[in-house]
Design a protein around this ligand. Structure first.
Ligand code: URA
Length: 228
């Protein structure tokens, strides 16, 4: 949307009047006077007219440690959600950049910037996600090889990229996958009759859980975007 379109819509003035207002030098965009109504207006640009704020939305990027049992959803009638863990007035503006099962713990990213969340969840960006996995029985070599080779997922009509597997003990591994299919890791193991007993996400792309404790969250310090 252009500045003129936004101001015309917001003020109820026609587009011609909006353009005139902009040309009169009474509009600021991110603190600078602008006179070109054809400039694009971004979601998080701050816009004022004669000193009055027309748009001022803060972009928010949050890392959160989801505890087991909390729902990765924005609202729910019966269960506590990850949004309930953020005791801030702006928490309800956030949405999730990817989900975790209720029994899975670890890193989640929440934001109000859909460009950012899409960049993390778009399959074509192949964003790596690393998990600690515990299983109910030893993980055999042929399973590791299959994961490293990639597997087909008929329901989604797709194939997983070669995963990175680091065996930590007979029944645990660190696994990096590049998709976010529903119950993906549980389904990968279940194909070989192995049940996942604990699942914990350590990282998403360049973002690490670090020392965040279950239920804690913090702002992302440095935005590293997969946005085009
Ligand atoms: N794979 C799963 O099976 N569950 C998750 O929560 C995440 C990945």
């Amino acid at each position: 949307m252009t500045l003129a379109q936004f101001i015309a819509k917001r003020s109820g003035l026609g587009k011609r009047h909006a353009k005139k207002l902009i040309e009169s030098g009474e509009i600021t965009l991110n603190g600078e006077i602008v006179t070109d109504g054809n400039l694009p207006l971004g979601t998080f640009d701050r816009l004022t007219a004669r000193g009055e704020i027309l748009q001022a939305r803060t972009a928010r990027y949050i890392l959160l440690h989801k505890p087991i049992g909390i729902l990765s959803a924005t609202t729910d009638k019966t269960h506590r959600t990850v949004i309930d863990l953020i005791d801030e007035s702006w928490a309800t503006d956030l949405h999730l950049a990817g989900r975790l099962d209720r029994a899975t713990s670890g890193l989640m990213i929440l934001t109000n910037d859909s460009r950012f969340s899409k960049s993390l969840t778009s399959p074509e960006n192949h964003v790596p996600k690393t998990y600690l996995v515990h299983t109910d029985q030893p993980i055999p070599e042929n399973v590791i090889q299959q994961f490293r080779h990639g597997m087909s997922f008929e329901k989604e009509n797709t194939r997983s990229a070669p995963a990175i597997v680091e065996l930590l003990s007979e029944t645990s591994c660190r696994l990096t996958i590049y998709e976010g299919l529903h119950h993906q890791i549980k389904r990968m193991f279940l194909r070989f009759g192995i049940r996942v007993t604990q699942l914990h996400r350590e990282s998403i792309g360049p973002y690490l859980l670090g020392d965040l404790q279950p239920g804690e969250w913090r702002h992302i310090d440095l935005l590293l975007c997969y946005c085009q």
